[in-house]
Design a protein around this ligand. Structure first.
Ligand code: ASP
Length: 317
């Protein structure tokens, strides 16, 4: 598919997984699958030639920002990285003013990460370009869930019917929210595992099974998805001590033995080694998918960029 071919992903923005249909998710995953080899061979395509992609990151990021940048470059787009920490935002400019200023430079796609939930949605309403959410507060991180799904699908052949345990700091995790929506939409059974203090108040409404005992939560699981303890989003103490947290909720070999013998381990990064995951488990070549997640991130973001630009092109933009 090229940017001007009819798109089966009929949206100009990718703001969240919530509300996406199985067909839409499947379309993005199939597109991404087709880009894995291109990305591995470091090929440069012309699909987004003449398009401008702007990275606007209000929170630190290593893998997501570089992954979007590589994806856009591999599709032949021009890329601008806005180092927001050094910009006029520091001088008190509002989000909308910053966005309108940047928009005057005519980007086709704005990739935004912001500490406030809903910031990308606000920009999508105000601006004429496509907006892709690269993480908004504790709300959603849709491209992370898509790359996780691609990683699972390639390794297990399917998502439907799998049991996935999402473990740790669910309360502060946009990765958890996007994954819960995606995995359930694609037919997986989702469990969340962690201390009651790290569960969002309305977790019952997500339709997941909740476990506070890690071994029980992992029993019979196909995928163990660990989350980083998001200390920067914790105003007060959510865990008695890191040592105690790690003892009860850290994933080491002994804990992993509760899951199925062929269960695979995932983590969106960055890792707190020795807190939520042991170095031995994180680096176990046969069972840890952590580096594959990073690798498939580029192909996934190529797919997302192509899909939204195809919708723009259909609208004559
Ligand atoms: N990188 C992911 C995010 O931006 C996960 C994390 O930071 O723990 O949400």
């Amino acid at each position: 598919m090229t940017a001007s071919a009819p798109s089966r992903f009929p949206h100009r923005h990718i703001l969240g997984i919530e509300g996406m249909s199985p067909v839409e998710i499947g379309t993005l995953l199939d597109l991404a699958e087709g880009y894995i080899d291109v990305s591995t061979r470091k090929e440069k395509l012309g699909t987004l030639h003449g398009r401008t992609v702007m990275n606007l990151f209000f929170e630190d990021s290593t893998r997501t920002r570089t992954s979007f940048e590589l994806a856009a470059l591999r599709l032949g787009a021009d890329v601008i990285n806005m180092a927001v920490a050094n910009s006029s935002v520091k001088k008190g400019e509002t989000l909308i003013d910053t966005a309108l200023t940047l928009h005057a430079m005519h980007p086709d796609v704005l990739i935004i990460r912001h500490p406030n939930s809903g910031a990308p949605h606000l920009l999508a309403q105000k601006l004429g370009c496509s907006v892709i959410n690269a993480g908004d507060g504790s709300h959603e991180h849709p491209t992370q869930a898509l790359l996780d799904a691609l990683t699972i699908r390639r390794r297990k052949g399917t998502i439907a019917g799998l049991t996935v345990a999402i473990c740790g700091d669910v309360a502060h995790s946009r990765v958890a929210r996007s994954n819960i929506h995606l995995l359930q939409t694609m037919g997986a059974r989702v469990r969340v595992v962690g201390p009651p203090t790290l569960m969002p108040p309305a977790i019952d409404r997500f339709g997941v099974e909740v476990f506070h005992d890690m071994k029980k939560g992992l029993t019979g699981c196909d995928i163990v998805m660990m989350l980083r303890l998001q200390l920067e989003r914790m105003d007060g103490a959510f865990v008695p001590s890191l040592r105690e947290y790690s003892h009860f909720y850290g994933l080491d070999h002994e804990m992993l033995a509760a899951a199925k013998p062929d269960a695979l381990v995932m983590h969106p990064g960055p890792l707190n080694r020795g807190i939520e995951i042991s170095t031995e488990v994180a680096d176990e070549i046969d069972r840890s998918l952590i580096l594959q997640q990073v690798e498939y991130g580029v192909a996934t973001r190529m797919a997302c960029l192509e899909a939204v630009v195809a919708t723009l092109a259909e609208a004559g933009k």
